[in-house]
Design a protein around this ligand. Structure first.
Ligand SMILES: Nc1ncnc2c1ncn2[C@@H]1O[C@H](COP(=O)(O)OP(=O)(O)OP(=O)(O)O)[C@@H](O)[C@H]1O
Ligand SMILES: [Mg+2]
Length: 360
């Protein structure tokens, strides 16, 4: 998959700009605050309908403007796909999604047109911080893999919200209905996450070994959760909810289900969250993203777009060289503040980014 064009209108620090990156690696170079990450964020927004770094869409609208628009055209084996997002500053106005020129009624329809994998400094949290970051990794990847996952997740989150509200109230009549909804939506979530974790385990171990360059450390990824081994997640979920009910009523929240899932990341058998060094965390996070790329490439028969934000300055020269060697087949937008970070690699294109403008 290749980006033909990326158009921004009143997005972040940009008034109006068009980017037409060639195949291969495009380097975006510029000082801190120049607007490099903003460009990757715009691509991410078009692929999954949200920013990778903020939950508040309005932050992406250029200060003082009423709306912002981003449009991404990609060429794929099956033809051209055109996706766009328009954001409005007005409090109650929802964002609009465009697919091939028509507005789409649901954000989920965006998935499967343009696909991207982003690696940014925020991703170190996937290894170091709480389980929500690892669930987020699985959710983003699985949603891009199949739209039905995204819809199952939406149903699950809606049911969870209702069920938690009931647990906080005095009227428990609707509790079984929402338990049932929750259990139904949990089935694909558990099954698809479990399969994914198995794939991530095999692929990221290999990436870690290659980029890390050390035979002795083995990275492992394992799916953990209350339904991790369940052969019948629906029945087991209902049973788990029933068993947890007394506790749930006391704590006024749902205590059983895949919203508490996690991925257990270990290096040479040790929990990465507590034991890994900064370099190990970085290599593991990167390995998970490169595995995500492989998974989407295998599914879709062509690689997605790769977005690498600030990755080079954090790696030693040998690891940089290995990474750049690995991604040459994939159209990549890569940001850096200094071209010397490229350590001799020859990108297809270098673009200079300065306060809201881009020059070759
Ligand atoms: N809504 C907005 N309206 C106008 N300008 C904005 C908006 N949001 C962010 N900016 C500007 O965009 C710039 C930050 O852009 P970005 O994060 O892309 O920088 P960067 O080139 O990635 O920098 P770094 O190298 O530090 O990561 C800042 O100058 C900020 O003031
Ligand atoms: Mg940046």
């Amino acid at each position: 998959m290749n980006i033909q064009s990326l158009r921004l209108h009143s997005f972040r620090c940009y008034d109006q700009v068009i980017l037409r990156p060639p195949e291969g690696v495009t380097v975006l170079v510029g000082e801190n605050g120049a607007g490099k990450t903003n460009l990757l964020e715009a691509v991410h927004l078009c692929c999954v309908g949200r920013s990778h770094r903020t939950g508040n869409d309005k932050e992406m609208i250029k200060t003082g403007q009423d709306s912002a628009a981003v449009q991404l055209t990609v060429s794929r084996a099956d033809g051209t796909h055109d996706v766009g997002v328009r954001l409005y500053a007005m409090e109650r106005r929802k964002k609009l999604i465009y697919i091939n020129g028509k507005t789409a009624p649901r954000i989920g329809e965006l998935f499967g047109h343009a696909t991207a994998v982003m690696f940014s400094p925020e991703d170190l949290k996937t290894v170091k911080d709480g389980p929500e970051y690892r669930r987020h990794l699985m959710d983003m990847l699985l949603s891009q893999r199949q739209r039905s996952y995204f819809y199952a997740l939406q149903s699950y989150m809606t049911a969870l919200k209702h069920r938690n509200a009931i647990l906080k109230s005095d009227d428990l009549r609707q509790l079984p209905v929402w338990s049932e909804e929750l259990a139904k939506a949990a089935v694909p979530i558990v099954r698809l996450r479990r399969t994914l974790a198995g794939e991530l385990d095999v692929l990221s171990r290999e990436h870690y070994r290659y980029i890390g360059g050390r035979e002795t450390e083995t990275l492992s990824v394992a799916y953990t959760g209350q339904l991790e081994n369940s052969a019948d997640p629906y029945t087991d979920m209902l049973r788990g909810l029933k068993a947890a009910e007394a506790d749930e009523l006391r704590r006024q929240t749902t205590l059983f289900g895949p919203h508490r899932d996690d991925l257990r990341l270990t290096l040479a058998g040790q929990e990465m969250r507590s034991f890994a060094s900064q370099g190990q965390v970085r290599t593991a996070a990167l390995s998970l993203k490169l595995s995500s790329l492989d998974i989407l490439e295998k599914d879709q028969g062509e690689p997605p777009i790769l977005l690498l934000d600030d990755v080079l300055s954090e790696l030693d020269p040998e690891r940089r060289r290995r990474l750049l060697g690995r991604i040459s087949r994939v159209q990549t937008l890569l940001t850096c503040t200094d071209l010397s970070d490229l350590t001799g690699a020859k990108p297809a294109c270098i673009l200079r980014v300065e306060k809201g403008s881009i020059t070759e």
